[in-house]
Design a protein around this ligand. Sequence first.
Ligand code: X8Z
Ligand code: ZN
Length: 544
Amino acid sequence: MTGVISDQDKDIEEKVNRLSEERTVWRNSRCADLSKRSKFNHDQVVHRMIYLLCRGPKYTPHQARQLTAILAKLQNIYTETRVCRGVGFPCYSGEPGLERTVRKSKDAAVLLWAWESWRDSVRIAKPLYMSLISLQNRGAKNNGYKEIGECWREELETPNLKHVVEQLYHDVLPFFTLLHAFVRHKLSSVYGKDLVPLHKPIPAHLLGNLWSQNWDSLIDILLPYEDSKYNLDNKIKALNWTVKSMAKRAEQFYISLGLPPMTKKFWSHSKFDNSGACHGTAANMFAKEDYRIVMCAENSMEDYYVMHHEMGHVQYYMAYSDQPAVFQDGANSGFQEAVGDAIMLAVMSPNHLRRLNLIDDLSSEFEIYLLLLQALNKIPQLGFGLALEKWRWDTMSRDVSSSNYNSHWWILRRQYQGIRPPTFRSEQHFDPAAKFHIADNTPYIRYFLSGFLQMQIFESMCNASGQTELRSLHRCDIYNSKAAGNKLRNMMSTGSSKQWTYVMYDLTSGNETSYSSKSLLNYFKPLIIWLEEQIKKHQIPVNW
Ligand code: X8Z
Ligand code: ZN
């Protein structure tokens, strides 16, 4: 079931249309002019400005209009689709409806229904996705590229990006394989060996997430303790945290590092309720102090994370607000995504959780629980991000034709995440459309890179804070450290004025000029050892 577009939405759509057309006309004429004149200008800053402004696809005004129209339809399918279970049951949106249902339910029948019905409803997006690719490829060719995937990868300014991401995945694969084996072993004992066979990929509907991208809601069946005594969601509810108080706490963490509070306009214009678009978004309105976030929040750990994540974007917007407009962006999109997550790593340190009253006493048992929770949240997300974006790159380059879209999707999900669809799939299905970023046409490799970068940023903030006696990065508690805050502010205030490897060099005090898995593996070291022991002790089969 798909919703009808209201008059107000039509108005907004028309405004977006007009703006994107105006922007296209302006950019095309400026870039034509600048490309002639830049030959006589040897200033590096000017060259970087022109490069940033003029790279990417180039559309005619008519194409720009067509693109906005396709995008609006795709987004509308994602946000307005409702699935209904039958008489007497409520109808659900994808986000937050089914997402929350899947997070909370452990009933295989309910999970299968949610998984299948969401995908059945959004598969109508396939022809729109095909038009979107064709149109973007035309725009890319019009500016000298072979196809739009080249433009998307260019934004990361990493010449051998495809190789770099494979290598990073390869670095964490042994760890992911251990985690995967442990999860499958436990799921198999909960749901039975018929549903979860021990040597095969895991059925995607049982992983506690509508997209199987993070598996942290499984924590209490993987490590069951009496009364779920470590469960952080239960603690948040028991302490009567409200959405507003959570947002204030998130802001407080940034303030403790010496970073600015959210602005007045932020508090009056942001939306945390369950009306309208739900996928967490941060907006820079490019007007004085006007920054906003939109999300559908409840008092849960997941939404506490999203608040820190989105405020990370806003902190970035504020930090580079003195840069010229073309430089008001992240060092690359991976950096944009990594800031809030790096802060959340600090929030999830055992000491800080105690400060927040989310845990009473620290113990090695709790530390393993916490590390497993973090790993379930972060590690499957890496394979997910890589599979999703490789799929999209392959559709953009036409290496995969539309007659193989869905089978290719599942080949990649199986390869990188060790999962399989729970029901028969064919090319009548279009499962990628079940994910927000496909419908929203938002590049995704940024989240994969952020998975590594956030650990590198966290480690350098930790070093700046002077904590050298930790033995493990996951314990680092940077709350109140102005030195850690300075590190982050310096990184953010550069915006996109310098190519990201220089920013990385400064951030790591000269130790790194690229992405590295070292900090991530360092953070999870105690858990990796623990998982190896579990697998040996219980003779758990590994691989899929
Ligand atoms: O989309 C997001 C953010 C907004 S930029 C909430 N994330 C990815 C996702 O939800 O798939 C954050 C982690 C991955
Ligand atoms: Zn984000």
